[in-house]
Design a binder for this molecule. Structure first.
Ligand SMILES: Nc1ncnc2c1ncn2[C@@H]1O[C@H](COP(=O)(O)OP(=O)(O)OP(=O)(O)O)[C@@H](O)[C@H]1O
Length: 260
């Protein structure tokens, strides 16, 4: 069988941070991790296990101390044009309208005005915000603000989306609707994104959305377990995924107890 080619590949990546004084604390150690085309991979682990650090390194926002990261066949050495990130806190520019928030990355990329307008309006429409294009973030609900966060990230047509707990600040129903809308856009190929990495604390969310779920343990963070969810995404229900949720939760609890 032909070996699959990864969209992202981390090889032997380690990262430490200086805490308080000058002491350097290892946060991630010996991370070997691949994400392939057309897959959603979730990262689960207790607070502080290094999940956000791991995806920030893939985005090029921070550098690893050791090891290599390749994205879409290019080494990641600084902000990577093939990736886009969505944050839990939305991270919108409050002084810009929805249109200008979504257009931001396209303007930074130096596209011409017509192209910026066309791509921005298409994305605003896809994400369901056409009526709010001229509104400011403070005029929007949390769910709508996060839609702007997604539209801004998607507008630059990233091959890989890095999602840092994007639904956790939303109420259950709003989060569910946004998750479903995102997965519909992705599965119907209405967006250019090929793969996604999702950081989450919700085992249920990870199991419902992902092809693979990776567990990270802490101090320092390493990937200890990878679960391949073998139920087709469209057929997943609360009932038929419960066994996976229980298995992953039990493993996570075991690992946390071992390192506590
Ligand atoms: N820029 C930084 N400087 C110093 N320490 C940092 C920095 N960024 C992260 N850390 C530390 O690295 C560790 C891992 O942080 P990270 O945010 O990656 O964990 P996480 O698993 O995403 O946590 P959470 O689930 O709470 O978001 C934490 O101890 C954090 O304090």
């Amino acid at each position: 069988m032909k070996k699959r080619h990864p969209l992202v590949e981390m090889k032997n990546v380690s990262k430490s941070f200086c805490k308080g004084s000058k002491q350097s604390i290892p946060v991630l150690e010996h991370i070997n991790f691949e994400v392939y085309d057309n897959e959603v991979v979730s990262l689960l682990g207790r607070s502080g296990s290094g999940k956000s650090t791991l995806i920030r390194m893939i985005s090029g926002l921070i550098d690893p101390d050791f090891g290599s990261i390749v994205c879409n066949d290019l080494p990641v050495n600084g902000p990577c044009r093939d990736t886009s990130m969505v944050f839990q806190s939305f991270a919108l520019f409050p002084w810009l309208t929805v249109f200008n928030n979504v257009a931001f990355g396209l303007q930074a990329a130096g596209l011409n005005r017509e192209e910026i307008e066309r791509r921005t309006m298409r994305m605003i429409e896809l994400i369901g915000l056409t009526e709010y294009a001229n509104a400011y973030p403070k005029e929007l609900s949390g769910g709508m603000r996060q839609r702007v966060g997604f539209a801004r990230a998607l507008a630059i047509e990233p091959k890989l989306m890095l999602l840092d707990e994007p639904f956790s600040a939303l109420d259950v129903f709003t989060g569910q609707k946004l998750r479903q809308d995102l997965m519909d856009l992705w599965e119907q190929r209405k967006i250019a994104t090929r793969s996604m990495i999702l950081v989450t604390h919700s085992v249920e969310e990870a199991v419902m959305l992902s092809d693979r779920v990776c567990l990270l343990t802490s101090d320092p963070g390493t990937i200890t377990d990878i679960f391949t969810i073998d139920i087709p995404r469209a057929e997943r229900t609360r009932d038929n995924t419960q066994a996976w949720v229980n298995r992953i939760r039990d493993t996570l609890n075991e690992k946390i107890a071992m390192t506590a």
